[in-house]
Design a protein around this ligand. Structure first.
Ligand SMILES: *[C@@H]1O[C@H](CO)[C@@H](O)[C@H](O)[C@H]1NC(C)=O
Length: 147
């Protein structure tokens, strides 16, 4: 039994829940949305990292899971048509491997463009990881690490 008065709040709640379900099913969970952002200006690696930190992010983005990779891939689709995005990925001389800023190595199933050993990591226009000199200009992909 419902009155006209209570109908409208119920419709609002239903639409709100539906909206969240749609955004979750398309991959844009609230967690992902607050974890990553791609900035729309190009900068070298150092300035890109500083810009992320100035905006309150921990630094550049770490992509630890297929979900995070796919989310940032879609989030950066427009800007990656022009040039790649910087990630929190650096070449570690001791490990002789690219390493994320949290100390983990990229998952073995991450897609790579093989390039010369270089200090700074990016996601290129095709969505492949690669290493290159840190003075190149790319768009910053920012990330938060602890949730
Ligand atoms: C990045 O750009 C800043 C500002 O132009 C400059 O001071 C710095 O040396 C550059 N760093 C790299 C690694 O290119």
């Amino acid at each position: 039994m419902q009155t006209v008065i209570t109908k409208y709040p119920l419709v609002t709640v239903y639409v709100h829940i539906l909206g969240i379900l749609i955004s979750v099913s398309s991959g844009d969970s609230l967690n992902m949305q607050s974890k990553f952002s791609v900035l729309s200006f190009d900068a070298n690696f150092t300035v890109a990292e500083q810009a992320c930190q100035a905006l309150g992010f921990d630094g550049l983005a770490i992509l630890s899971t297929p979900e995070e990779y796919n989310y940032v891939l879609r989030l950066s689709a427009d800007v990656r048509q022009h040039r790649g995005i910087w990630l929190a990925l650096r070449f570690d001389e001791v490990l002789a491997s690219p390493v994320w800023d949290d100390g983990t190595v990229p998952a073995p199933d991450m897609p790579w463009k093989r390039e010369a050993i270089q200090p700074c990591g990016k996601l290129n226009t095709a969505g492949l990881l690669g290493m290159l000199p840190c003075d190149k200009l790319k768009y910053p992909a920012c990330g938060n690490r602890k949730y």
